[in-house]
Design a binder for this molecule. Structure first.
Ligand code: NAD
Length: 321
């Protein structure tokens, strides 16, 4: 069995490799060559932790495994560790033998950023110039980095519920040589692409804050009850997702579906757009919205890619297991 420790991931994994892995697995999911197993998520009654598994099998890429981990809210304060902790385990689909154990913390951020980035590649207008960020926490910086590679953006605008966090995303914009402007939510009308990545339970972005032709990637809502955008915005948009079942139950579409504003059949798969079986954006005025809920297969895809890179560079630790 091969081990790739968390400390090695930053030097091994690139945004390009994460993008390719995620784009391929979304395509495989839509072609029904890959599927996710039901998610297990439990409050374990210890350290206020939420722990669970996300797994799946990609028959096209021959990737089988799971990501185990979750959220330990006291880690940072008590132990100086990050609160989100996860590890990916890969198995040989021919034999069932454990194949690799991979640190999953940085990979989670990279695969989540790759997902919105894939949606921008396939759904945003080619002439998009202004990108708007809603959220300025840990994931937001990864999101912005990856998104900037997809179009010739000329300006970054940002709004955050906690304005003191905005310098986090300003730094990414500045490093990319782009001007950054903090705006009110109304200012998002200027954006051609909007990424929302917050832990909100009530909508911030409303229909009136979005101009025709915008592409929105809603990346924060991954649990029942969370919500980042007004549900009427989904009714006004062409909605796409990584996995429809998750989108309508734990993703941003849960609210619009529950309120009867859209139906399950209104939610398209990003993989189908990648495969060319769904046309995706069909006009410059259309609002497209990607509901990125986060699936186990994304984790397995980036973990498999990082194992290959680690083997190539002689960094993977081999143990007899
Ligand atoms: P973080 O704690 O670093 O940042 C949280 C962000 O949410 C900050 O910008 C904060 O200002 C904002 N926020 C907090 N309360 C808010 C409120 N009431 N209204 C509006 N904004 C509010 O968290 P993070 O690691 O950046 O994660 C952000 C979200 O992304 C979380 O909800 C997390 O579960 C989700 N996430 C999704 C995926 C996926 O695959 N879709 C993957 C990883 C994380």
């Amino acid at each position: 069995m091969l081990i790739v420790p968390e400390r090695e991931i930053a030097d091994l994994m690139t945004r390009e490799a994460a993008f390719d892995a995620v784009e391929k697995v979304f395509a495989a999911m839509a072609a029904r060559d890959a599927y996710n197993f039901p998610v297990v998520r439990e409050a374990i009654g210890h350290e206020d932790a939420l722990y669970g598994f996300k797994g799946g099998f990609d028959q096209a890429g021959l990737t089988l495994g799971l990501k185990a981990g979750g959220y330990w809210p006291n880690n940072l304060e008590k132990r100086g560790l990050i609160n989100h902790q996860s590890t990916v385990f890969l198995f040989d689909p021919d034999t069932g033998k454990a194949k690799a154990m991979v640190g999953g913390n940085l990979l989670t951020a990279l695969r989540t950023a790759a997902a919105s980035s894939v949606s921008i590649k396939h759904l945003a207008r080619d002439d998009a110039k202004v990108i708007g960020m809603i959220g300025a926490g840990h994931q937001a910086t990864f999101q912005l980095h990856a998104a900037l590679e997809q179009r010739s953006f000329e300006k970054v605008i940002g709004w955050n519920y906690h304005p003191d966090m905005l310098p986090n995303i300003e730094k990414v914009a500045t490093e990319a040589g782009l001007p950054f402007e903090p705006v009110g939510l109304d200012g998002m009308k200027e954006a051609d692409v909007i990424i929302s990545i917050t832990s909100a339970f009530a909508p911030s972005l409303m229909v009136d804050h979005v101009s025709p032709g915008t592409h929105i990637a809603c990346m924060g809502t991954d649990t029942k009850g969370k919500q980042e955008v007004e549900s009427a915005l989904l009714a006004k948009s062409s909605v796409f997702t990584d996995e429809v079942a998750q989108s309508i139950s734990i993703g941003e579409a849960q609210h619009a579906v529950a309120e009867g504003l859209i139906k399950e059949s209104d939610v398209g798969e990003i993989g189908a757009v990648i495969n060319g079986t769904n046309p995706g954006r069909t006009s410059a005025e259309q609002i497209t919205l990607f509901d990125g809920t986060g699936v186990g297969l994304q984790d397995l895809a980036v973990a498999a890619a990082v194992v290959d890179l680690a083997v190539e560079k002689g960094i993977a630790i081999e143990v007899d297991f």
